[in-house]
Design a protein around this ligand. Sequence first.
Ligand SMILES: *Cc1c(COP(=O)(O)O)cnc(C)c1O
Length: 462
Amino acid sequence: MTAQELPNGFTGFANRKPGFEPASASVGHTPVGGYTTGGGAALAGVPAGYERGAQGAFQYARDHARPDAGAASFDPDKLRLIPDTDRRWAWTEVDLNALRHNVASLKRHVGPGVRVMAVVKADGYGHGAVRCAKTALNSGAEYLGVATVNEAIELREALVNAPILVLSQPPDEAIPLLLAYKVMPSVYTPDFAIRYAEAADAFGIRAPYHLAVNTGMNRIGVRHDQVVEFLSQVSFHRALDLVGTFTHFATADAPETLDFHIQTKRFLEAIQGMRVAGVDPGIIHAANSAAAIRYPDVHFDMVRPGIALYGLHPCPETRTMIELKPVMSVHARVTDARLVPMSEGVSYGMNYRSPGSVKICTIPVGYADGLRRGLSGRTDFIVSGQRFRQVGNICMDQCMFEVDMRIYGTRRRVDPQIGDEVVLVGRQGDSVVTLDDMANTLGTIHYELSIGFAQRMPRVYV
Ligand SMILES: *Cc1c(COP(=O)(O)O)cnc(C)c1O
């Protein structure tokens, strides 16, 4: 076979004249990203654009969706209207009603007089920070907590105007952003406090902040027994405005409670010390979801639930204490399906071999979408209300599951077809797969998994 006869129409470089330059190719396109198709001279009788070597190929130009002379033109507005879920059969569903329910449950649980700060860091634990923040605020939350300055700015640019606290101390260089977007930092170094105050003073405004107190987690904060000393170092600055004082628990979700009580005691002593020194601690807050649900003593003026907003229990102990509804579910559609003969392998490594009489179905979800590779062969998907085992190694963008095609007694046989819906996380009929199940299998926590599922999949709010 000569190069001209290659079955896919690719002629290869061997066939090109010496001195061939892609830029002078006869089809008149601009090579982009190293594409050099269509290098052959136009053949007599062949319509323009179908020269040898260009056969079946797109003609690449810089502006992909723009009308090109003589080429098909597409209406960019119509293209945009094709929903993400029709571009790829995989999506997460975010049930904002469930979020409303969870905020209301938490509010009822903590009672009147205790504010709720909705923690929407990490894009709302993968649920979408802006929509979740707005929904939480409409359901009774009054404050927002984020991890980074950019997360706060995203909320402001989406016209969220509730108070926002960054739950750590940002770099000094970010101070103008804090002031411009009216975002409060957590503060624990005198240097930052002074720089922040001076910058605010230069604009003739106040520098509101929350003081972070380290009561034992040893992550951030002024040590509980050095709070008064810290305040004396910065209190001369008139612009500084202490709006709140908080700590964070390391073990509020643990069965063992000794460390939790030590942290609580230290926090109370620090607050007491501030009062004795004549400093108003402002809004006092400490409780994450686990503490807010388990320990009424540490509600103080405000609680800071994150995970519970999204309907996930921070620990087994809270299951009987509050009713939460999961907000996220994960969905896909079957993209391919085939009967695989006995002993044939499936996926990379072929660790799974067909036992015979099985249909292997493919969905377009992989570890790049948060379906962790460690779940290979260890999680179930739901189709038509029945559970099916994921089999073979989970690939980056796809994975497979197994459907037993044998007939047993009265069991209704499910025979998935291309396009059928698959639930990876959530409920369908009587079957449920939870993020908790997956986290337990992996030896991690569901926080990590909900965030993972936001990596690439489109999100649908319902
Ligand atoms: C993340 C975070 C929270 C929320 O914790 P959950 O366990 O998700 O409720 C509260 N406070 C601080 C300081 C945090 O970093």
